[in-house]
Design a protein around this ligand. Sequence first.
Ligand SMILES: [Zn+2]
Ligand SMILES: [Zn+2]
Length: 252
Amino acid sequence: MGLELTVLGCAGSHPGPGRLCSGYLVRSGRTTILLDAGNGSTANLQRLVPLQALDAVVISHRHVDHCIDLIGMYYALRFDPSTVGRIPLYAAPEVHGTLTGLLSSDSQMPFDEVFRHTEVGAGDEVLVGDLALRFAHSVHVAPTVSVRVEVDGTSLVYSGDSAGGPDLVRIASGADLFLCEATWAGDADLYPEGVHLTARQAAEVAAEADVGRLVLTHIAGGTDREQVLREAREVFDGSVELAEDLALYRLP
Ligand SMILES: [Zn+2]
Ligand SMILES: [Zn+2]
């Protein structure tokens, strides 16, 4: 078995009708990790695996649409007698402070009793079971990492929130599947710089990185999804799909 990716939530910035915020379950034959834990995403997670089955959690950045469900996980795991040990948490700078700040009014409930936190940044590499994780700096309005996951020559790259740039192209290079944010559609001039990607910009990164397959996620609620798909396909010749909650992708 190579890699399996299940989309738990793919809404951009806030949940929408029937669509949860960023969360992605990645599994190999023997390792299970969660990439991001945005609003509601761990509800879908628990339809597939118990929280205790996670070998690690990766959080791309401190924005709530990527990390807030760790508070719910904290309560679920803290009071479940079957919980054994702490879950390794690899997170961008400021994630740990943001989450512990939300719990700080109750000093009896230390976050670190449930999660074993390690801050990660550009160039860091971590082995979780048989999954090799590598992190890159992502251009965004908060400290953010992109992550590459590999096993047995199969690779998946998740952009996190990103405005693109050479670091994203480098880490995505040759990936079998590139899960890339495309928050907006239309002309990039319509939007602030350094925050997110448009569909065309995401597709340009995919083309430059020569990825096998592009899955677009984090599409904003007000963005026309069909326009995102159409514009990305104008730029990238390979397979382009829009992420859907609970969609499953199998990589060889
Ligand atoms: Zn976001
Ligand atoms: Zn963000």
